[in-house]
Design a protein around this ligand. Structure first.
Ligand SMILES: Nc1ncnc2c1ncn2[C@@H]1O[C@H](COP(=O)(O)OP(=O)(O)OP(=O)(O)O)[C@@H](O)[C@H]1O
Length: 335
């Protein structure tokens, strides 16, 4: 079976600076009687890892956020009284395939996938609308956390980096390249645990993929210009390491690192900064371990960039979270 996704998205790399039209849960009009999410009798279960058998058992409770592919809802299961996040996406058969395969504490769990039966005659991209019933991550995305706290302490970044690396180790071990590691795809639960989400542009190595899928701001130099950085032999996993480095530095600085805070992140600016710009100066106030970790991720030549396994042994990720020494309430992720 060919697991190929051809949908191109994020041609404008503006997800970084554009405020998302987020509706806080408290603003969502609660209903005493919430209608089922889908009245269509054609919605049918195509995969379930749990007892979620019927999409009509889910009731909308709130809007959690909006992404490129649509709205994400907080939903309540009428029978088991648990909360889930529900995403409806078009042409996401590969995403469904990947979510079916993965099962890790470092990856947001997909409990069930429903086919809404909306595939038209002309759709030949591998499906119509799919509804993904996902683990509900109470504290939203790292993007949300950054908007609230602006910058994160190194101890917290260290714990996050460790979890993302464990998630990438797991994915890469299954030959899955995520290809869109960025703050809005790293979700946080009420225990402060960070998990990787959104396999919308992921790719199974050795199968055909469009190197332009993903979000420009977090793409590695070799993804912009394959021929300059090693042609067809490029190690695709290295692109996830680059993105991790960008995210970690963004968490430390409180803004996207490659351009000035007020600068417009259009494609030309990003390509110039990421591919042709000088190596980034590390913030002087950062610890030597943090500086070294980020430098190893942001090595422009993918052949010299650190691997996930190397980074898992890096001194920066082998620290304790602030919450283990100062109490949970002090930690911006846990508290
Ligand atoms: N499982 C979840 N639990 C809690 N909140 C979630 C969950 N999934 C998504 N969200 C919220 O919904 C927002 C939108 O998610 P979505 O995956 O649609 O888009 P995105 O990743 O922000 O952007 P895009 O998909 O366009 O790259 C997230 O930023 C997050 O705040």
């Amino acid at each position: 079976m060919t697991l190929v996704i051809r949908e191109r998205r994020h041609k404008q790399a503006l997800t970084l600076s554009l405020p998302k039209p987020k509706i806080p849960p408290s603003d969502f009009p609660y209903q005493t009687h919430t209608p089922p999410l889908f009245s269509s009798p054609s919605s049918h279960l195509i995969n379930s890892c749990s007892y979620i058998r019927n999409i009509s058992d889910l009731e909308k409770v709130a809007v959690l956020g909006h992404g490129y592919g649509g709205t994400v809802y907080k939903v309540h299961h009428k029978e088991n009284h648990s909360f889930y996040a529900l995403k409806v996406r078009r042409f996401k058969t590969l995403e469904a395939e990947i979510l079916k395969r993965v099962d890790s504490p470092y990856i947001v769990k997909c409990h069930a996938v429903f086919d809404n039966g909306a595939c038209s005659e002309s759709d030949n991209n591998g499906g119509g609308d799919l509804s993904f019933v996902m683990e509900y991550m109470e504290r939203g995305s790292l993007d949300d956390v950054l908007r609230e706290h602006h910058r994160l302490p190194e101890e917290v970044i260290s714990v996050m980096a460790n979890r993302v690396l464990e998630g990438l180790k797991y994915l890469h071990g299954m030959k899955i390249v995520h290809r869109d590691i960025k703050p809005s795809n790293l979700l946080v639960n009420d225990k402060g645990e960070v998990k990787i989400a959104d396999f919308g542009v992921s790719h199974v190595v050795e199968e055909e993929a469009d190197s332009n899928d993903g979000t420009y701001a977090y793409m590695s130099p070799e993804r912009f210009d394959l021929s300059r950085w090693g042609g067809e032999n490029v190690d695709e996993f290295a692109g996830d390491v680059w993105s991790l480095g960008v995210v970690m530095l963004e968490c430390f600085l409180g803004h996207f690192p490659f351009i000035d805070p007020g600068q417009k992140p259009d494609l030309v600016t990003l390509v110039c900064a990421i591919c042709f710009g000088e190596k980034l100066e590390m913030p002087e106030e950062a610890s030597p371990e943090f500086q070294s970790f980020v430098k190893r991720c942001l090595e422009k030549d993918w052949r010299k960039r650190a691997t996930v396994l190397e980074l898992l042994h890096h001194p920066f990720v082998n620290r304790n979270c602030c919450c283990s020494s100062r109490g949970l309430e002090d930690c911006v992720l846990c508290g």
